[in-house]
Design a protein around this ligand. Structure first.
Ligand code: 5GP
Length: 193
């Protein structure tokens, strides 16, 4: 068990990155642990405190910003803050884990800049913006307004793909899962151990 690496999966909302991250977490030999982000957005569906997110009020979130507790944070959507607590990465590294992130593009690139040598930043690309719209509607956990907000942000995010170490095209899920596995296994040096 080596650990100490950071695996970032960033993509527009609805690209399927969460499915990819969950799949990777199930592969024990990768020795991954999920970085639970803090957020001020309300809980959705059956999300659990401390498992999907550390849910907190906006004022609590702002207190953490002031205390410099975040490795990175973003106001991803208006009044919806998201961030990675330094304590979260330290907690998982102290367990000897590789840390995997499901975070937005700006946050992902910020972490990459802070820890360039131990980070693999992967961009998950959806087939098209139209397909994204269909996927988000199918998920139907949010209002049309919120969905449109996510679509608008997606177009901006797609332009940042070249700044990532690797791009996975999520056109066909099985292929994307295999590709993601191979990238991570290679980066953490699984074959060489
Ligand atoms: P959702 O509300 O769908 O859970 O997440 C919305 C967006 O916020 C997604 O793109 C997600 O990856 C991103 N996000 C989640 N946690 C963090 C974080 O800690 N930092 C940043 N910058 N973005 C995050």
């Amino acid at each position: 068990m080596k650990g100490g690496k950071l695996l970032i999966f960033s993509a527009p909302s609805g690209s399927g990155k969460t499915t990819i991250v969950r799949h990777l977490l199930e592969q024990e030999e990768l020795n991954l642990a999920f970085s639970v982000s803090a957020t001020s957005r309300p809980k959705r569906g059956d999300e659990k405190q401390g498992e999907h997110y550390y849910f907190m009020s906006t004022s609590e979130f702002k207190k953490h910003i002031k205390n410099n507790d975040f490795l990175e944070w973003e106001e991803v959507y208006r009044d919806n803050f998201y961030g990675t607590l330094k304590s979260e990465v330290e907690r998982l590294w102290s367990k000897g884990k590789n840390v995997i992130f499901d975070i937005d593009v700006a946050g992902g690139l910020r972490i990459k800049r802070k820890y360039p040598d131990v980070t693999l930043a992967v961009f998950v690309k959806p087939p098209s913006v139209d397909e994204l719209k269909i996927r988000l509607k199918k998920r139907s956990t949010e209002s049309d307004d919120k969905i449109n907000m996510r679509i608008a942000k997606a177009s901006v995010e797609l332009a940042t793909a070249p700044q990532f170490d690797k791009i996975i095209k999520n056109y066909e899920l099985e292929t994307a899962l295999k590709e993601a596995y191979n990238l991570v296994a290679d980066f953490i040096g699984l074959d060489k151990e």
